[in-house]
Design a protein around this ligand. Structure first.
Ligand SMILES: Nc1ncnc2c1ncn2[C@@H]1O[C@H](COP(=O)(O)OP(=O)(O)OP(=O)(O)O)[C@@H](O)[C@H]1O
Ligand SMILES: [Mg+2]
Length: 538
């Protein structure tokens, strides 16, 4: 099957989707399917499809095409890779064979195994270059792309892994298109599919090995972290999944989402962000609610970045997703029991218990689901601060879950939570009137008592605005008491923090390191910082 010649908008790799894209047109040779023809089964650029956008994934070899079926409105994602010529393909196969047979395990332990293999692959390519001599018409860099993709990369899904717009990838079985969650289009099927059960089984085994773990008929479930921090869950063959092996990857961002990103995305307002900053500063116990994939962990990470640098922080997770700038931070992760027989399981529960020995100011649990919640609440009851996430749609559902088995938190512990917020995926129309998925913190509550919650902030979907009511805020009251100042002084403090946050957003200072430096300076040199951000007193 041949795809028609396509007009590709060339973009810098980093700026894929960005405003500064170079809009030049290049012609690309028609692609030859790189894996099974099944991969191009969903070739949607047909007469009845409309190209919505295209961008480079890895210039000049891989591009993404997003197309919409004009009749059904179904959106698909096509990966377009420049194909290998028959001559290139045979050289590629010889090099891959050579690497497979000749690569020896490192003699001394190496820190970065991928770099070790990558170096060996580069040497192998050079060796073949020398061996073959002059090879007109053969592109070594193209061969290099495929070797990198298949030997150290993620093979057929590698282009998808490179797309910064793709957050999740999932494969539900052989012969079914891999689905991705795209920032602008939500779940869309792609042109990538694993043609045969064996192809997919081998790929899942490769994923497990990349994560330094094992998957087999005996241990058919995998939950692990891939190099680069991507979270992978997989099942093997038909042991537990009826259609055959499956996998899903939640991509890790090199650069974590920060509070300034949340403002830029419209997820929070600067005022609300400033309120969370104050809440973190005064160790308010906080619950982050939302459904799967709504952005709970990202919100947790971005607000925990605002904790005072002097606090002792212990984080407890099943898979290490959190990234904090604070140095006085211990990161603990649980260990499943099925890894190696004879190795005992270490549960979140055990880690929350042991975390108390570290004398933490703040205990952060990635997500509470079971008995660990009870220990966490006991810790909070004895004066520690806790931040955690919970699968729940709103405060009532959250309290119900917390107080029922298996968490069994006594009702009297509920008011230990100071703040609860819910993050949701909602749909917003873009400039052209097309629905686009966005995230919003739709409600923030302050907990007065069991069953008594004060709504501090609500999001108005019509105006896409946040209403924040600081007057009468319980957190403001508590902070005023702790500091021995009036409530209006605390509100002033929130306004000062808001000015700092606005300044960071306006000047494009969004990385977690940059934000950490302003947070740090605000604590130790507030006057200087306020002067820099142009805050006018009164
Ligand atoms: N406010 C946001 N705006 C845009 N994208 C976001 C936002 N928050 C999170 N994301 C993206 O959404 C994806 C899911 O985020 P995250 O892991 O934080 O969700 P979660 O609710 O913790 O998911 P899970 O239920 O699986 O634990 C990530 O790829 C992240 O980059
Ligand atoms: Mg999460």
């Amino acid at each position: 099957m041949r795809l028609p010649r396509l007009r590709i908008r060339k973009r810098s790799q980093e700026g894929a989707g960005g405003k500064d894209a170079v809009d030049s047109l290049v012609d690309i040779e028609p692609v030859k399917p790189v894996a099974s023809p099944e991969r191009l089964r969903l070739s949607v650029i047909r007469g009845d499809s409309r190209l919505l956008e295209s961008y480079a994934l890895y210039e000049p070899w891989a591009y993404a095409y997003i197309a919409e079926d004009v009749k059904t409105g179904v959106i698909s994602y096509i990966v377009y890779e420049v194909g290998l010529t028959p001559q290139e393909e045979s050289v590629y196969k010889s090099i891959v064979d050579y690497i497979t047979w000749e690569l020896e395990p490192p003699k001394v332990p190496v820190e970065d195994v991928r770099e070790y293999i990558s170096r060996f692959a580069r040497r192998a390519i050079r060796l073949f270059q020398l061996k073959l001599g002059r090879t007109p018409g053969l592109s070594w860099s193209k061969i290099g792309y495929y070797i990198e993709r298949d030997v150290i990369g993620y093979g057929p899904i590698d282009p998808l892994m490179r797309d910064p717009n793709v957050e999740d990838l999932s494969c539900n079985g052989p012969g079914i298109p891999v689905y991705v969650w795209h920032r602008r289009y939500e779940y869309v099927p792609t042109s990538v599919a694993f043609g045969t059960p064996q192809e997919l089984d081998e790929f899942v085994v490769k994923l497990a090995h990349l994560a330094g773990k094992h998957i087999s008929v005996a241990y058919p479930v995998l939950d692990a972290i891939l190099p680069g921090g991507h979270r992978v869950a997989a099942t093997f063959q038909r042991e537990v999944s009826t259609k055959g092996s499956t996998f899903t990857i939640r991509k890790f961002r090199e650069d974590p989402i920060t509070i300034v990103d949340l403002i830029n995305y419209g997820t929070v307002s600067p005022e609300l962000a400033a309120y969370f900053w104050l809440a973190m500063d005064y160790k308010m116990t906080t619950l982050i609610l939302g459904v799967t994939g709504s952005g709970k962990t990202s919100t947790l990470n971005s607000i925990a970045n605002l904790l005072r640098p002097t606090y002792k922080i212990v984080t407890i997770e099943d898979t290490p997703e959190l990234r904090l700038p604070q140095e006085n931070w211990v990161q603990l992760t649980s260990r499943p029991s099925y890894l190696v027989s004879g190795v005992s399981e270490v549960k979140l529960y055990d880690l929350v218990k042991v975390s108390l020995r570290y004398r933490p100011d703040v205990i952060i649990v990635g997500e509470v689901r079971g008995e660990e919640a009870y220990v966490l609440f006991q810790a909070i009851a004895t004066g520690h601060s806790g931040i955690t996430t919970l699968h729940a749609e709103d405060i009532d559902a959250a309290v119900k879950r917390l107080t029922s088995p298996p968490m069994n938190i006594p009702e009297s512990y509920v008011p230990l939570v100071n703040v609860a917020l819910v993050i949701k995926r909602v749909t917003k129309l873009d400039e052209l009137g097309r629905p686009r998925p966005v995230r919003r913190i739709t409600s923030v509550w302050e907990i007065e008592d069991y069953g008594k919650y004060r709504e501090l902030s609500t999001w108005d979907p019509l105006r896409d605005r946040f209403g924040v009511d600081l007057e009468g805020s319980l957190v403001v009251k508590r902070v005023a008491k702790m500091r021995g100042v009036s409530e209006s002084e605390v509100v002033d403090d929130i306004m000062k923090r808001k000015a700092v946050i606005n300044y960071l957003a306006a000047t494009g200072r969004r990385s977690y390191r940059e934000i950490a430096s302003y947070v740090y300076n605000y604590y130790y040199r507030p006057r200087e910082v306020l002067k820099e951000v142009g805050f006018e007193e009164g």
